[in-house]
Design a binder for this molecule. Structure first.
Ligand code: HPA
Length: 268
């Protein structure tokens, strides 16, 4: 990781953010709000993923967001791309290595609740790992036994809720269930997810949350609901619909994040 850390520190040229944001599908527009932006393609950072999913670029954009230093990661590796749940580990280790202490994960997700409609945003309070894998497989040290009782930091969640209130944005809260993808779920799987306690389903975020906790980073995560999950409407799901819908909830999520950064609520 040392090489990627050295490259990043040099390009950041004194900027020392402590918060990093991972932008999910269709949420990449947030990078346009970064002032004095320094852009570093993942290709320049050894160990960073080569993401091939449309709607995911693959670069770091660092600078000021709502007046505060930040690093945004536009583009993430998904388990379904190569069957490697730990694909984001080098990137997250690099972030930890340059002094990031808080990681904000965002994603596009399907809603399992009829009351949580497309365009909603859902603060992730907890998750269910239903992908049958773990990014820490193969980690040889006892550090692999990471406590996940409070995977999503309680203080950051409170601050996010407060920011949503101040920004006048309706906020749902719930449990995110990780499915491997890349095929969408079946209606039977969605009925199961609901019975098991999920509110939203998606194909990312959980492995990154696990790696981040392993690295000692505080995690905040929020889903942008792009669709009601499989079988809840008469419609088939598609990635292009996901991408088309993401900016709607994405604008709400951006408003909450802007409030959090502007008021420096991360340390609250
Ligand atoms: N399922 C899984 N992942 C998703 C969905 C979904 O319905 N929508 C957006 N990402």
């Amino acid at each position: 990781m040392k090489e990627a850390i050295d490259v990043l520190v040099e390009r950041l040229d004194g900027l020392a953010p402590t918060t990093a944001l991972v932008l999910g599908s269709g949420l990449g527009g947030l990078v346009e709000e970064v002032e004095n932006a320094v852009r570093v393609p993942y290709a320049d950072l050894p160990g960073f993923p080569r993401s091939g999913v449309t709607g995911h670029a693959g670069e770091i954009v660092a600078g000021l967001f709502a007046g505060q230093p930040v690093i945004m990661l536009a583009g993430r590796a998904h388990y379904y791309e190569h069957g490697d749940a730990s694909a984001m580990r080098p990137a997250l280790e690099t972030l930890a290595g340059i002094g990031i202490t808080r990681l904000v994960l965002t994603n596009a997700a399907g809603s399992v609740d009829t009351e949580m409609l497309p365009g909603s945003i859902m603060l992730i309070e907890d998750h269910i790992n239903f992908a049958g894998t773990n990014p820490l497989f193969g980690e040889p040290t006892d550090r692999r036994f990471v406590g996940m009782t409070e995977a999503y930091d309680a203080r950051l969640r409170k601050a996010f809720e407060a920011a949503a209130g101040q920004a006048g944005i309706d906020l749902h809260k719930g449990v995110y269930m990780w499915f491997s993808g890349p095929s969408f779920e079946t209606p039977a799987e969605i009925r199961m997810a609901r019975i098991l306690g999920a509110n939203a389903v998606g194909m990312s975020t959980v492995p990154e949350a696990i790696i981040a906790r392993f690295l000692g980073l505080k995690v905040l995560a929020c889903s942008v609901v792009t669709n009601l999950a499989a079988g809840m409407t008469g419609l088939e799901l598609s990635h292009s619909d996901t991408k088309d819908m993401a900016p709607i909830g994405g604008a709400r999520l951006a408003a909450v994040l802007r409030e959090m950064f502007e008021k420096d609520m991360f340390d609250a």
